[in-house]
Design a protein around this ligand. Sequence first.
Ligand SMILES: Nc1ncnc2c1ncn2[C@@H]1O[C@H](COP(=O)(O)OP(=O)(O)O)[C@@H](O)[C@H]1O
Ligand SMILES: [Mg+2]
Length: 311
Amino acid sequence: METSVVKTENLAKIYDGTKAVDDLNLEIKEGEIFGFLGPNGAGKTTTILMILGLTEPTSGKVKVYGYDATREPLKIRRLTGYLPENIGFYEDLTARENLIYITRLNRIPDKKALPKIEEVLEKVGLSEVADLEVRKFSKGMKQRLGMGAVLVKEPKFAILDEPTTGIDPEGVEQILKLIKEMSEQQNITILLSSHLLYQVQRICDRVGIISKGRMVAQGSIDEVGKKIMKGEHISIETQLTKVTPDLLDSIRKIQGVVDIEKSGSSLLIKCERDLREDISRTIIENGAIPLQIKTQDYTLEEIYIRYFQEE
Ligand SMILES: Nc1ncnc2c1ncn2[C@@H]1O[C@H](COP(=O)(O)OP(=O)(O)O)[C@@H](O)[C@H]1O
Ligand SMILES: [Mg+2]
């Protein structure tokens, strides 16, 4: 049975008259990597703080494993690991000492915590630098230590707020791989927030696109793209044996064709609906053969252009 780990109902947060989060309905299912994606200022961090019961909703509800985030935040925090956007460590303590500090803070007995810490350091690839003071760490290393801080708590659910932001490409790969492993090997449900759609989408089972505090669409990238594209023009791409002016004219006359772009023997035809049949027929009637005809898969691009491009 699919159970939800997080469920929000018309969640809203208003700061001084500005709606940071607006009527948000979000659902995260057990076992998935949920990409919570949207540009800077969209309301991701505010939503996360409400999920953790760290800030109170102006209206609406959040439940995590069935617990109300306002009334029972401690129950939620016991089950959840949280990697904040800008995690701070004690810079003059070593990586290992920082993790020991965290397990003690969480009242995990040393006997249990110490072997766990070694295991986690290994997992996040920091065993060899465990005795190095954190101030000598790169941003990527600190972020992996942050993932370690989440893992020592053995959470069922992990909230990672912008874990790949500000890290070099190799560091990003390491973090994404770690997240995937947390999900696959340890069965941890993951909320991964990011403003970098292209970077993180490939490891997400489902995504929710948030823009100006509102959830625009939720589902697989494919479903979300389709939803966003609904009512929009679709592009049909075709490759022909030859393109004549008469043929272009005939295609232009098909009802529902909005625009044609020609490049060599390929056409990109913008239509109001899927007109592949009509277009194929017209091509053949004009003495050419469609070597290939397909609808263009531009969904991710559309999501990006519409919601993620920085102005
Ligand atoms: N503590 C706060 N006080 C006032 N406004 C805030 C506060 N936190 C966030 N905001 C505003 O709420 C909006 C959403 O911010 P945030 O949740 O941090 O977005 P994101 O994490 O998606 O970048 C922004 O306009 C931001 O300026
Ligand atoms: Mg944020």
